[in-house]
Design a protein around this ligand. Structure first.
Ligand SMILES: *Cc1c(COP(=O)(O)O)cnc(C)c1O
Length: 431
């Protein structure tokens, strides 16, 4: 109705503007109806909807970071469709805590005494800094005053917590002795931040988490570790360049914070693992309520954490880890499948080598080399081809390289690869 009115109004305005040109009434009515239907369909389509990620960037923040494992999806659907035990203790028939569903799992996976989950890692760091450092000073290395993902800036987070930031060391070198010299009567905590999305090389040095925890013990300070990406699965060689949550916990950190939807491969969430006393202070802080996790994310997180208990199951069933470790023959087969589908539609495509990335501000140096399907966009231009693919249903997001469009099989499944190839063929036919 609304779209019919919009189309008729637009046509009326057009007729008034071009009065006397003599448009044909018959074709006009059919055209108007088609326009109204197209407009109606576009208005009914959801704004937040699935896309095919052919970029090869596994944790693409703009495309929603980690795709969920099937058990995580099923858990979110089951819990979202009806009522649940979100805060209900079945044995006692009384109020329970939403934290109970995941607390034991986080403790088991990290070796920590206590655990708490909140809305995201940014929230976890803000809560830890507020609860453990608020009102006092928080000491941070100048090499770790970083910005992550546009709006998370360490100095601003510390300021928002109500603590005063004390900077120590230099951009490239900060030693344990620099921290020790900065500690005074007002010092409440030491914050270590993982510079997730970049690495410094050359004349660089930073204090180890063990040294910081040793200083924390002797000076009576809480050590907060913002580990960011959250490598919790042991024995995955590709993750070795990220800080191990278990190591930070074992060193004696009060709280280690990490993301649910980066290397953990789950829904958006902020995980906190640490000492029982520090987590109790976080739990009691008024911000904990404001930053709490919702039931759909919690359901997905619990299911994901269960998969992570067994490294073999995790690397097979958690999509982020499976894509990270996808083997050459599987990728090659999927790239050839797209090449063949395009060839069948009369479109020249080749299989060549390129690099996929982990993305999401993690493992910035890791190049995941593998085969991709490369399409030359002759006659159309690669930017126009990419634009057309963004308008298909489902939209296909791909990357351009040297005038060609690359379809990376690492972030597509077989069905996605078929759909992506069909979308490219349709987009080039329009030419
Ligand atoms: C990604 C990241 C964050 C923010 O995590 P979100 O879950 O996106 O809020 C905070 N700190 C570090 C070190 C990170 O890498």
């Amino acid at each position: 109705m609304e779209s019919a009115r919009t189309v008729i109004d637009a046509r009326r305005a057009e007729l008034v503007a071009t009065a006397g040109d003599g448009a044909s009434g018959a074709t006009d009515a059919a055209e108007l109806e088609a326009d109204a239907r197209a407009l109606g369909a576009a208005a009914a389509a959801p704004s937040l909807r699935p896309v095919l990620n052919a970029t090869g960037v596994i944790l693409h923040t703009n495309l929603g970071r980690a795709p969920l494992a099937r058990p995580a999806l099923e858990a979110a659907v089951a819990v979202g469709a009806g009522y649940s035990t979100l805060e209900y203790d079945l044995a006692r028939g009384a109020r329970g805590s939403r934290q109970e569903h995941v607390e034991g799992l986080v403790r088991e996976l990290t070796g920590a005494e206590g655990a708490l989950v909140v809305n995201n890692c940014a929230a976890a760091v803000l809560l830890a800094a507020s609860a453990l450092g608020g009102g006092g000073e928080i000491v941070v290395s100048r090499g770790q005053l970083v910005e992550i993902g546009g709006s998370f800036r360490v100095p601003e987070v510390v300021e928002a917590s109500g603590a005063r930031l004390v900077e120590v060391g230099t951009t490239n070198r900060t030693r344990a002795s620099d921290y020790a010299r900065a500690v005074g009567p007002e010092t409440a905590a030491i914050l270590r931040v993982h510079p997730s999305n970049f690495r410094t090389v050359g004349f660089v040095e930073e204090a180890s988490i063990e040294e910081l925890c040793e200083l924390g013990r002797t000076a009576g300070l809480a050590v907060i570790d913002d580990a960011g990406s959250g490598a919790v699965v042991e024995g995955v060689a590709e993750l070795a360049d990220e800080p191990s949550v278990r190591r930070s916990v074992a060193a004696g950190c009060a709280v280690v914070c990490f993301s649910g939807d980066k290397l953990l491969g789950g829904p958006q969430a902020g995980l906190m693992a640490g000492t029982a006393a520090a987590l109790e202070r976080c739990r009691r802080h008024p911000l904990a309520r404001a930053l709490r996790i919702d039931k759909l994310s919690l359901a997905g997180l619990e299911a994901t954490l269960r998969l992570l208990r067994d490294p073999a199951t995790a690397t097979r069933e958690v999509p982020v880890l499976a894509m990270l470790r996808a083997d050459e023959t599987e990728l090659e087969a999927r790239a050839r499948r797209m090449q063949a589908a395009l060839g069948g539609a009369g479109i020249a495509a080749g299989v060549e080598r390129s690099s996929a990335k982990m993305g999401g501000g993690t493992l910035p140096l890791l190049e995941l080399e593998g085969p991709v399907c490369a399409v030359s966009a002759e006659g159309v231009g690669v930017d126009e081809l990419a634009a057309r693919l963004r308008m298909t249903s489902p939209p296909v997001i791909a990357r351009a390289a040297e005038g060609r469009l690359l379809l990376d099989p690492r972030t597509l499944d077989d069905e996605g690869a078929d759909l992506a190839a069909a979308a490219v063929a349709a987009a080039l036919r329009e030419a």
